[in-house]
Design a protein around this ligand. Structure first.
Ligand code: NAD
Length: 479
């Protein structure tokens, strides 16, 4: 048992406690199968206590000045930066990603708190020209109220930080259910906020049976906003629950990001960037580059070069500094890789790299590339959420754009080109929340992040990420 788990893991009303439900969920290291911890399931009473605490704390937190709220977030950011190197191995043990990625993620969470601390000070309303002499017509930005937040296992610090940071900066309080598979990072965020002076009840962390917890929290009259990151089917269910109480939602759901590689692209740069992009978190990223749509003139050289570069990537335990890509987070992802590759090949795709386990033990899957995959293959519409790339040819700009827009997802899309005109066409015509030209960096904290269509709605990051937790109240004051 890892010593980092020595304290009880639920954080409710400012105190760490054991779950009243009496049962636990086992957390395993995906690189070895070793048991790391037992996470207690919250009982209904635990959840009700968390809700009551968030309601009581809201009356205190919303009345704090934005300057005071920002100070807590900034101090928590400092603490996360100080602790990042110590915390990183925990994230790697639970999730599988490399140590460098884990440390970067804690630093990114710190940057997120800093960003929202600064943005809290810019929650400006406005005063409009009055219709009557002596009157004031004002818009005041107010926090929505207690928030129910749900986050997955792929970015166990970055995703909770976005939701917690935005909500707390706005003056909201939070009950968050992070993934039971990767509990340590959200616990570390909570500890940093507590140490920074966050009032009791302003943030509550619970674990449990996901559907039971989300149903209970979202149906509570206390909750005024729902935010979820995860799969499209679960997002749909939570949106339906929220609709019963007419509660606004932010939904960051799945993707199947197209990458248009044009004949005029810098081939070496496109391959090197694509290796980095797909290796990141072993492809378990909602914006991971997936469907490579490559123009005729560069297709053969690109897929050959990309497959060769994939074979060079060192795959191994995230704790080993030599590893460039770690383990997949759970057995479900291994099963998905096996099924999607087998189906793509059975339907005529050419397997040019990977397609198999990297090691006999642990969740290690090789970076895989299947070329000439027909649209009928499952992988051409199901989000692989792993280290799998599908490649397909196109001839004209119109064909490429049509393929990029073929699926009901619209989260991220990318293109490699040296032509400004082509870049503009991609920016204008591709249906996605974020578009990267010669880059895969589309979720920086200063910019709005979120999708269209089946990829969800609402934004995190940017000023939009703060406004997501606020409502503009109109006050008309006639003297
Ligand atoms: P899943 O759909 O069961 O779970 C996804 C996440 O949602 C998990 O963290 C889970 O704990 C949570 N969840 C599940 N049911 C819930 C409920 N009723 N209420 C609240 N939370 C709930 O499946 P999975 O195997 O964990 O992941 C499979 C797929 O989910 C992936 O293939 C990918 O498409 C998607 N996913 C997306 C993201 C993202 O960043 N958008 C992250 C993780 C998973």
């Amino acid at each position: 048992m890892n010593t980092a788990y020595k304290k009880p893991l639920l954080f409710i009303a400012g105190e760490w406690r054991e779950g009243g439900e009496g049962t636990c969920i086992t957390v395993r290291n995906p690189a070895t199968g070793e048991v790391l911890a037992e996470v207690p399931r919250a009982s209904r009473q635990d959840l009700d206590d968390a809700l009551a605490a968030s309601a009581a704390a809201f009356e205190i937190w919303r009345r704090k000045s934005a300057i005071d709220r920002a100070a807590v977030l900034r101090r928590a950011a400092e603490l996360l930066r100080e602790r990042a190197a110590l915390l990183a191995p925990l994230m790697t043990l639970e999730q599988g990603k490399t140590l460098a990625e884990s440390e970067f993620e804690f630093l990114h969470a710190a940057e997120t708190f800093d960003w929202y601390a600064a943005e809290a000070l810019r929650a400006n309303g406005r005063v409009m020209p009055a219709r009557l002499p002596g009157a004031r017509q004002m818009v005041l930005m107010e926090p929505l109220g207690p928030v129910a937040a749900f986050t997955p296992w792929n970015f166990p610090a970055a995703l909770p930080a976005r939701k917690i940071g935005g909500a707390l900066a706005a003056g909201c309080t939070v009950v968050i259910k992070p993934s039971e598979e990767t509990p340590a990072s959200a616990i570390a965020l909570a500890q940093a906020l507590v140490d920074a002076g966050l009032p009791a009840g302003a943030l509550n962390v619970v674990f449990g049976v996901p559907a039971e917890v989300s149903t209970h929290l979202i149906r509570s009259n206390i909750i005024r906003k729902v935010t979820f990151t995860g799969s499209t089917p679960v997002g749909r269910q939570l949106a339906l629950l929220a609709a019963e109480g007419v509660k606004p939602c932010t939904l960051e759901l799945g993707g199947h990001a197209p990458v248009l590689v044009f004949d005029d692209a810098d081939l070496d740069k496109a391959i090197a960037t694509s290796i980095q992009g797909k290796t990141r978190n072993a492809g378990q990223v909602c914006t991971s580059p997936t469907r490579f749509i490559v123009q005729d003139g560069i297709y053969d050289a690109f897929v050959r070069g990309y497959a060769e570069a994939m074979d060079q990537v060192v795959i191994g335990p995230g704790l080993d500094p030599k590893s460039q890509m770690g383990a997949l987070a759970n057995e479900r992802r291994m099963d998905a890789m096996e099924e999607l590759v087998a189906d793509a090949v059975a339907q005529g795709g050419r397997l040019l790299a990977g397609g198999r386990r990297a090691q006999p033990k642990g969740n290690f899957w090789r970076l895989s590339l299947v070329a000439d995959v027909p649209d009928s293959a499952n992988a051409m519409r199901v989000e692989p959420f792993g280290p799998l790339v599908l490649a397909k040819r196109f001839s004209t700009l119109e064909d490429g754009l049509a393929e990029a827009n073929r699926l009901p997802y619209g989260l991220a899309a990318y293109a490699f080109t040296r032509s400004a005109a082509t870049a503009v066409a991609v920016g204008d015509e591709v249906q996605a929340g974020g578009i990267g030209i010669n880059t895969f960096a589309v979720s920086q904290i200063e910019a709005p992040f979120g999708g269209l269509k089946d990829s969800g709605y609402g934004k995190e990051g940017g000023h939009e990420g703060l406004e997501a937790y606020m409502h503009p109240k109109y006050v008309h004051h006639v003297t």
